[in-house]
Ligand binder design. Sequence first.
Ligand code: URA
Length: 239
Amino acid sequence: MAEEMRLQKFIALCGIASRRAAEDMIINGRISVNGAIIRELGSKVNPDTDIVSVDGKTITAPEPKVYLILNKPKGYVTTLKDNFNRHTVLELIPPDLGRLYPVGRLDYDTEGLLLMTNDGDLTYRLTHPSHEISKTYLAVVSGIPSEDALSALRRGVVIDGRKTHPAQVILKKKNEKNALLQITIHEGRNRQVRKMCEAVGHAVLKLRRVAEGPLRLGDLPIGSFRHLTEAEVANLGGK
Ligand code: URA
C-alpha cells in the first residue's frame, strides 16, 4: 500500500509538472481528486485509492523499478510459461513485487545468478548482442581438459556453425574424474557453455552462473533472491 503524499508531489511523480508548477495547477483549479476540484496546497492523496485528474484526465504514477537477483535452482525454466508445465522462476518471487522479467536466460538444469527486473530499457541494453555484459560460470566437467583444450576454449570453438568469442577459462580444481572450470563469456548463445565444453570433448555435469557484469551471486542461498543495492543498479546502468 502506497503512503499518502501531498497532491503536488504526486503530480510531479506522475511526470506532469514540477512540484512548483503543480502548485499553480492546483491553485488554478485544474486538479480534481475523486471528482472534486481541490484548490488547497496542503491536500494529501493516497496513490493507491484516490483518483487524481488534471484537466479531467486521470493520471497515474509509473511503477517503481524493481531489480533483484535470484539464485535459480536447477529444475526451473526462466521463461514465463512452459509448455511442459515445468516450474518457472516466477514461482520463486512474491507476486506483490509486480511483474518481473528475467534478463536473459538460464537452462532448466543450470543454477545461479539470474537478474530479474521490470526495467525494460535495461533488459534491452543488457541483452543486446552489441553490448552483452560478461557472465561468469563455474562448470564441473567430465574428465580433465588438457592445456590444448583450455586454449581452444579461450580462443573460441565452433558451436552451431559459428565460432565463439574469446573467453576467460581457468582450471580451478580437478580430481581423477572431473574438473572445475571457471568460464567468463560475453555472449549469450543457447546453451553456450555446455556446447563449448562439449566441443572440446568434456560434458558439463553441473553449471552455475556466479557473476554477471558487476553483480556477484555471493552466498545467496539457492532458491532465494535479494534486491540490488543502489550502487549495483547504477553500475548496471539502470533507473
Ligand atoms: N551456458 C549454458 O550452457 N547454459 C546456461 O544456462 C548458461 C550458459
